[in-house]
Design a protein around this ligand. Structure first.
Ligand code: ADP
Ligand code: MG
Length: 245
């Protein structure tokens, strides 16, 4: 059974059919890239999976369980995580304190968390920081981090929730090309090690064709193609509609 199954999602805004009958599948430990031109419906699809938007039609299944229309908080309890921008109030805290806050929030959110006393140990935060390569920055205020390291901290905060499915909308936006690949290589390694599925939207073709296991192409709200990166790269319809080849 697939970790994530999206079946026939639809969403309109007024007269605009933003997403029309989109179906996707994602396996544990894999990265699925959602690509397409601006306005193709990537974020809308993403927000329906993440509970920010309620679909007009269709279903979202996590491990076979219908999670359609659940709120982000309920989804978080089921293991659906999302990278997010660091809240202003966290900027003055150190990197380690940010992660500790996220671990405590997770512990409070679930009975499982309350029973897991290790959320309260400093070593738990340190271990997460090591996983994203920030162990050397633990005692610096988050506000002093370089942009690429802020992205790593966002990733650590999301991982504190122990997601089985991680949603990342344009995780590498604003990063230099080499940094983008490095971040998504890190995400790929974490996905493999944790058996975590990652759904992400991405503009950088280096990342899409380098790190994604599967690629889904949206054009004008419809799924144009879905498959392995190499097949997508060679698909004439994709080249015509999107890659400009
Ligand atoms: P992408 O992320 O691929 O750039 P979006 O999902 O953001 O595309 O947008 C798809 C279409 O839906 C666009 O035509 C956009 O203008 C429209 N749209 C998205 N969100 C809203 C909204 N909240 N209200 C009205 N129209 C929206
Ligand atoms: Mg978008």
């Amino acid at each position: 059974m697939s970790l994530l199954r999206v079946e026939g999602l639809r969403k309109s805004f007024g007269g605009v059919q933003a997403v029309q009958d989109v179906s996707l599948q994602l396996e544990a430990g894999e990265l699925l890239a959602l690509i397409g031109p601006n306005g193709a419906g990537k974020s809308t699809t993403f927000n329906m999976v993440g509970g920010q938007l309620r679909p007009d039609a269709g279903r979202v299944l996590l491990d076979g369980r219908d999670i359609t229309g659940l709120a982000p908080r309920a989804l978080a309890r089921l293991g659906v995580g999302r990278t997010f921008q660091i809240a202003q109030t966290f900027a003055s805290l150190t990197v380690r304190q940010n992660v500790q806050m996220a671990l405590l929030a997770q512990a409070r959110a679930t009975w499982r968390g309350w029973r897991r006393a290790d959320a309260f140990r400093p070593e738990a935060a340190q271990a997460l920081l090591a996983q994203v390569g920030l162990q050397g920055q633990a005692e610096r205020p988050a506000s002093e981090l370089a942009y690429g390291d802020v992205k790593r901290l966002e990733l650590a905060l999301a991982l504190a929730g122990e997601p089985v499915l991680l949603l990342m909308d344009e995780p590498t936006a604003g990063m230099a090309p080499a940094e983008r690949v490095a971040l998504m290589e890190l995400v790929q390694g974490l996905a493999r090690a944790r058996r975590m599925g990652v759904l992400f939207t991405e503009h950088s073709m280096d990342v899409v064709f380098g790190q994604a296991d599967r690629v889904a192409v949206l054009v004008r709200g419809q799924l144009l193609a879905e498959g392995a990166p190499e097949a997508i790269r060679q698909d004439a319809r994709v080249q015509q509609a999107y890659l400009g080849g």
